[in-house]
Design a protein. Structure first.
Lengths: 105, 105
DNA sequence: ACTAATTATCGTAATATTGCAATATAACAA
DNA sequence: TTGTTATATTGCAATATTACGATAATTAGT
């Protein structure tokens, strides 16, 4: 049916799955890595940097923003996207907790 | 087109995206968390534990296995699934590296 | 061989994702 | 206001995902 039964799982599980989903595409990984590499977060540059059309990039940015992974800031005509450190921190802590549980056995 | 342009991205980016995709569903997060909670990795129990039909669970297990997140071992009639520590370790290190990059700014 | 138990596969319906051309919107400059 | 630049939205085609009933495959016990 292509519809996930979110109501059967915990809020936490849905949250992690949602963030993982946002990162479940190489273009979005590339966007994140690019944003990490530039101090001043440029935006239209992503379109030039990646081999995808502007609407496609825009869509990927929207998904990352909806998942809370990146944030957008209007800067005149341009929009300046940057990483949301808190969100990636959540994922980092989650995987750290998993790793800790594994090594304790 | 619903088809990802994997050839335009690095192997590393595709690998991370693929693993993230495997975790991009609450049921699969629940499966991973269940496998972490049990020392002896039972298998049919997952079907009883989660509110999804057996074929659906089987499909999710297959995806996790294809992504290398879990491993399966034939144990008589049953199949015993367990976490692949190496794979989750890769993700953990990836997010750790990202976090490090962020805090250095 | 027959039966039970366990897991996988097939087939299918409903929905989601990916990608882009075309177009719209927004902000600024002249 | 007109033009330019930057980004978003719409609409659509191709493909992928999710879920499950039905069924197959595998192994163990009798």
């Amino acid at each position: 049916m292509g519809i996930t039964k979110t109501e059967f799982f915990s809020e936490r599980q849905n949250e992690i799955a949602m963030m993982a989903k946002a990162m479940a595409h190489p273009a979005r990984i590339a966007i994140i890595e690019y944003l990490l590499s530039v101090d001043t977060c440029i935006c239209g540059d992503i379109v030039n940097k990646l081999p995808l059309a502007q609407p496609t990039i825009s869509q990927h940015l929207k998904e990352l923003k909806n998942a809370g992974i990146i944030k957008g800031r209007i800067e005149g005509t341009a929009i300046c996207y940057c990483i949301n450190k808190a969100a990636l921190g959540t994922l980092q802590k989650y995987f750290e907790a998993i790793t800790n549980k594994m090594t304790k056995k």
